[in-house]
Design a protein around this ligand. Sequence first.
Ligand code: ZN
Length: 438
Amino acid sequence: MSWLLPDAVLTATGLQAGLAVELDGDLVGRVCPCPPGVEPERLRGKVLLPGFVNAHSHAFQRALRGVVQHAALGSDGGQGPKDSFWTWREAMYALAETLDPDAMERIATLAFREMVSAGFTTVGEFHYLHHQPDGSPYAAADELSLRIASAARTAGIRLVLLYVAYARSGFGVAPNPRQRRFIHRSPDDVLAAIGRLGDVGVKQGFTVGLAAHSVRACPEAWLRELSAFSGVIHAHVDEQPAEVAACLAEHGRRPVQVFADAGMVSERFSAVHLTHPDDAEIDTLSRLGGYVVGCPTTELDLGDGFLPAGRLDGRVGICIGSDSHAAIDPFAELRAVEWHARALAGQRNVLRPVPADDPRDGLALRLLETGSLWGARSLGVNAGRIETGRLADLIAVDVTGLEFAEARLLPTLVFNGGPAAVADVWVGGRRLKSSGRR
Ligand SMILES: [Zn+2]
């Protein structure tokens, strides 16, 4: 048992000074004024926040940073519509073809370490590289998933392995040989792999969810069978207009409705991206209790569009992910959620403050909940708030450089903070990063 005493602790209602936080194994114990006789670790000049939750990651794509942030080869120089999500996808597939298990683990470890350093304490890894480059299984069928788990263990980040089901290249689309590493023969094969990995996860300390890749990759019959899964389910939804058009051509319905009709949308379902929803899709998610994972830095990088956070606000829980890792910066993702909503609405302060009667700090609190509590709910993890009995996934943020006489600390932190301000990180009560200054 040990105690932390920062300058302030972020609670459900805002920053509170004078509170100490007890670390009780991997959980938060008491959150209260420091009891007599206790010698806490003093975190001077720092505030304690729940760790951020990265609800959507493809760790191997970290190797594309700096490689794809220029005109795609074979495009028209980036001047026209040819350079797009779809050309980026070919570059990503080319990388995916080259990765052996060692390279996969190395890159994933790099990505996860960078996440921890930036203040992410949980990652939902949407993992779809399953087989050898020619499509044949590895000797150990779950080799690459286990390498992801090993990378997370090395980095210390909490892992929710979102195991991807991938059936085909698309409706009426010829098979793409570059997708051979992703494809399973049947939904049963996917569910069997998830069962095996779930057993390993119990011993190794990670959990496993299902990722139904997209309506492109999963026909409706697969979605119906996969909806029998009882854990969290994530899917790419409405990322590109062409994906919606293909879905309408195949099903006569838009993607959220296809997932819903297959029985998949519930409070355990998260729609990743949702950059092109219509109002009926938002209604369906709201009615059935799903979440939305926005990945604004990737969505900007890929030209996907903007998360319509203003239309989702108060109806669908929003969380964040760093997806392709064009950037790994929870602060950048959070302020982009609000800034994109402003750009779309033509007004300021679009998202509703939490609590509603706190106009000064409420928006910052709301965004911090988006970055922690809602992501934890989307991934089925008992974290996201500093409360007794929750996992002790915490970050201490150095605010000494952010304090000005009239400025409110929380809005300054959310709208001007960055990974460099994250001084200390704990996952399950274990310290992974230390500023060395206490
Ligand atoms: Zn993705």
